[in-house]
Design a protein around this ligand. Structure first.
Ligand code: PHE
Length: 487
């Protein structure tokens, strides 16, 4: 028999475990920094409310109705609604997105593990900003080290998933999530007194549209076109929307998978509100902990993916009990990453078990190995290999020696490409299809019953959102990036 979550609380914990992770604490601060602060956060919150919430309701609902892995859930639901079975492609692209995301997620989680050891050894004590930056540079410039940590993290993910998702998750999340939350608050309190708090609040909450809408170079200067005008860019909007999906684990079937274990009497609306509020709160707290350190130490908010590793250790190195608090923080962040990693891999594992009759252990090892391999590309990226280098190697393989490659390839690497492709394209497209399926393809009485909203005014509102508002907004962002509209 297919089991369900043992209680409503377990579902919330598992879903929060999936949602809260590196996306909130590692990614949100550095992309906020990169895209200029205030307006980026506004755009992100806007997407969370108008796109994230309705689509999360839809995704949980589809999962609970389908009761299978995303591919089979979509097959079953399309049969039920008399729609084309090609809707199951949604499940396939979700599995692909999950594996691609996990491939770099695991490398970063590996860095987090490495940092818990560095914190405990007292390495951060009394360091200057330059010293802390040096520690990070020395870690990422050794691909062997990153590979070792990536291997350890993937093995732990495989072990947890092989045991069966629910047993492990229930215990980890009950204790560790609240503990992480408490430590974050501690860090914010430290940050309030660090000297950069006002500037950080200003950066995060005062909108500066220029920084968001106009392209800037690596050192923050605006790029100019031939007429000397600033160059408009829609990419930050794309990243903000993509991050709303990423941070809520939407658009790739993770939440659908967890919804499939949910018992039919629970109100999906309440669940969604709790998950979304906690996830957003954690991200904002992470920003409030990190940006004051950035400004108090004269660092660059647009430092990129290394941002948390170059800022938080400064706090740990200077507070009393910092070695202990730092170690605990990175260990808890590791568990938050693990509970997200589990949900990234579970749709693929569940599909192999259901459709191919593979045993859970074997299925997990297979998927884990593929993901591990792809992750090697990101290891090279973090240690400095650009897309330019990779293309040159490829050309040389084919015997072409001297090619002039555009300088823009120097700016991108395997990680940035995979990240943009998954978070900013695959997840929003997945979410768009989920919204259309739940809003237009499924029968109304099915969705109405399935969502069991306690308040009868909620259903029509949700329906308008999922039919018109969310798809329209996602499409707008896409059409703008291809340049069809000029917003
Ligand atoms: N939401 C997770 C985070 O913020 C990442 C994730 C994305 C997990 C997509 C599952 C699916 O870290």
């Amino acid at each position: 028999m297919r089991h369900e979550w043992s209680s409503r609380l377990t579902f919330i914990l598992a879903a929060v475990g999936s949602a809260v992770g590196l996306g909130n604490i590692w990614k949100f601060p550095y992309i906020t920094g990169e895209y200029g602060g205030g307006v980026f956060i506004l755009a992100y919150l806007f997407c969370i409310c108008l796109i994230g919430v309705p689509i999360m309701l839809a995704e949980i609902g589809l999962g609970r109705r389908g009761k299978h892995s995303p591919v089979n859930t979509m097959l079953q639901l399309s049969r039920e609604a008399g729609a084309h079975p090609a809707w199951s492609l949604l499940g396939w692209s979700g599995m692909a997105a999950g594996c691609l995301i996990l491939s770099y997620y695991s490398v970063i989680a590996g860095e987090v593990m490495a940092y818990s050891f560095r914190a405990s050894s007292g390495m951060f004590n009394q360091q200057t900003a330059d010293g802390i930056k040096g520690i990070y540079t020395s870690l990422v410039s050794e691909p062997e080290k990153l590979l070792a940590w990536h291997t350890i993290f993937m093995s732990l993910t495989v072990l947890s998933v092989a045991k069966g998702v629910r047993d492990g998750l229930e215990k980890t999340v009950v204790f560790l999530m609240p503990a992480l939350f408490v430590l974050l608050i501690l860090l914010v309190i430290y940050a309030v007194n660090s000297g950069g708090f006002d500037q950080a609040v200003d950066f995060m909450f005062t909108p500066d549209p220029d920084k968001f809408f106009y392209a800037r170079n690596d050192i923050g200067h605006y790029l100019m076109d031939a007429q000397g005008d600033k160059i408009f860019t829609w990419k930050p909007m794309m990243v903000a929307m993509g991050h709303a999906f990423f941070t809520l684990s939407l658009g790739m079937g993770a939440i659908m998978m967890y919804g499939s274990y949910l018992n039919p009497h629970v109100s999906i609306g309440q669940m969604t509100l709790i998950i979304v509020s906690l996830d957003t709160l954690v991200a904002i707290l992470a920003g409030l902990a990190i940006f004051p350190l950035v400004f108090a130490n004269g660092l660059d908010p647009a430092a990129g993916p290394g941002l948390i590793f170059e800022t938080l250790p400064l706090a740990f190195g200077n507070m009393t009990g910092g070695a202990l608090i730092g170690t605990l923080f990175f260990i808890l962040l590791f568990f938050a990453a693990l509970s997200s990693a589990i949900s990234l891999i579970e749709p693929s594992v569940a599909w192999l078990i259901e459709s191919k009759g593979v045993r859970r252990i074997k299925a997990t090892v297979w998927v884990g190995t593929i993901v591990w391999f792809i992750g090697i590309g990101s290891i090279f990226a973090f240690s400095g290999t650009s897309l330019h280098d990779i293309l040159q190697i490829l050309f040389r393989w084919f015997g072409i020696e001297h090619v002039e490659l555009s300088q823009t390839f120097l700016k991108y690497n395997f990680f940035t490409v995979i990240d943009f492709f998954t978070a900013s394209i695959m997840l929003p497209v997945g979410g768009l299809l989920i919204a259309i399926f739940a809003g237009w393809v499924m029968h109304q009485d099915t969705t109405e019953r399935e969502f069991s909203f306690h308040n009868r005014h909620v259903y029509p509102v949700w329906q308008v959102m999922v039919r018109y508002v969310s798809p329209f907004l996602v499409l707008m962002v896409f059409l703008n990036i291809i340049g069809i509209f000029k917003f």
